[in-house]
Design a protein around this ligand. Sequence first.
Ligand code: NDP
Length: 497
Amino acid sequence: MAETMADGITAAPGRAPARLDWAYAPAPEATDHVKVRGRYGLLVDGKWVEAASGSRFETINPATEQVLASVAEAGEEDVDAAVKAARTAWAKVWSKTSGVERAKYLYRIARILQERAREFAVLETMNGGKPIKESRDVDVPLAAAHFFYHAGWADKLDYAFPGRRPRPLGVAAQVIPWNFPLLMAAWKLAPALAAGNTVVLKPAETTPLTALLLGEVLQQAELPPGVVNIVTGAGQTGAALVAHPGVDKVAFTGSTEVGKAIQRTLAGSGRRLTLELGGKAANIVLDDAPIDQAVEGIINGIYFNQGHVCCAGSRLLVQESVAEPLVAKLKRRMATLRVGDPLDKNTDVGAINSRAQLDRIEELVASGEADGAEVYQPPCELPDRGFWFRPTVFTGVAQSYRIAQEEIFGPVLSVLTFRTPDEAVQKANNTPYGLSAGVWTDKGSRILELASRLRAGVVWANTFNRFDPASPFGGYRESGFGREGGRHGLAAYLDLS
Ligand code: NDP
């Protein structure tokens, strides 16, 4: 008869118990329902067209380095055609379409996104490298939620801004980054369309495929031609778009450097601008915080989407008296993170989005080591091909180190300590950025006190990285200006004068 040992392992009498293998078996998501077309064109005036120059670029899967598709590269001539199409569609169709009718289109887009959710999630993961559980559970549902939310406002703008006379601005140029390709497209398109504007959208060079699939969804929803135009390409395409004199409003999400360049381009033009730029968020843990919960929040704050998150909690500020046990628990938890194939449903940390981004992360991590910070990376095997970086934590970090000041945009956490809440606030505010922050404590009064003194557009309390279309998101200082989401985000696409 088998004997049951204290830990539940069974063994035949007189035999050593067999060791149980707790490793996860591979659980890859199927890809056969996604049809990646070999070639993609530009969406201009409701039609898929080649770039005037015939120029193209390849987009890859960063987890395998395999080429997924060839994509048209828009030049100035194409941008001009797209802006003109958007202007005509605005003047002739969209500005005359009632709020009730605009809402119907937005609802339709939201429903189709839900119907095709699996296709979008898999394509997002293939093109961007993020874990399938994130694209499936966060990116795609939130993208649909943004269309639903703004559909609700489209016919109620007078109620959203009582006593004002909300009018659309005209043609909006929207330039988006590679970290949340579909979600950023939804964040930008939904309020613009709800408010009655037409759009030219420029997705990031490394991740154009879900924005292009969204273009197909817009056609499926029978959105009138020219209301949304999509021009793919690199930085020059974005620069040509934001500089185009036919554009009434520019909305940009990306690096602070490019944001500043865009601001210079638009200065004096009278055109409207919103910028959502970089961040170096402080995630502050006070001595009375629930430590295990805080550890989960820290992990989510920095390793979600490989740390490619503008509001990532990339600086952990922990009260000195709890620093040692917290860092020990954090390291133990980091060792359980599964790094690897983004299409595997058990993967926590996927591929770095591009070779260029990996180089940037490696350079900043090397600077942290050279400055004298202590680095920890849990042992984990990385795939042979693709772009990978182990979850990393630095302790012994001084405020002057680059890893405490600059946006790394990778799975790298810098830990600093503080003695009093005052010191925490001072340290938290001591970067050029001001996008987000987190506070972990048992006491509501401490949350309110700290939140009111932190120079950050969003402050999460006893949680991190929570998003909702009804909640405005945006920054201070070098993190940009303007808000996305909620009535504030809607106002950015309206003339309320
Ligand atoms: P960019 O700011 O260059 O990219 C954002 C978007 O702007 C992309 O669509 C890009 O096109 C486009 N773009 C680039 N140059 C111009 C220009 N002169 N005028 C108009 N549009 C332009 O970010 P990177 O991809 O170069 O990343 C660099 C760093 O920026 C990262 O390491 C990270 O620190 C930060 N970053 C922050 C983001 C955030 O959400 N806060 C998002 C992305 C990056 P293309 O992709 O084709 O070059």
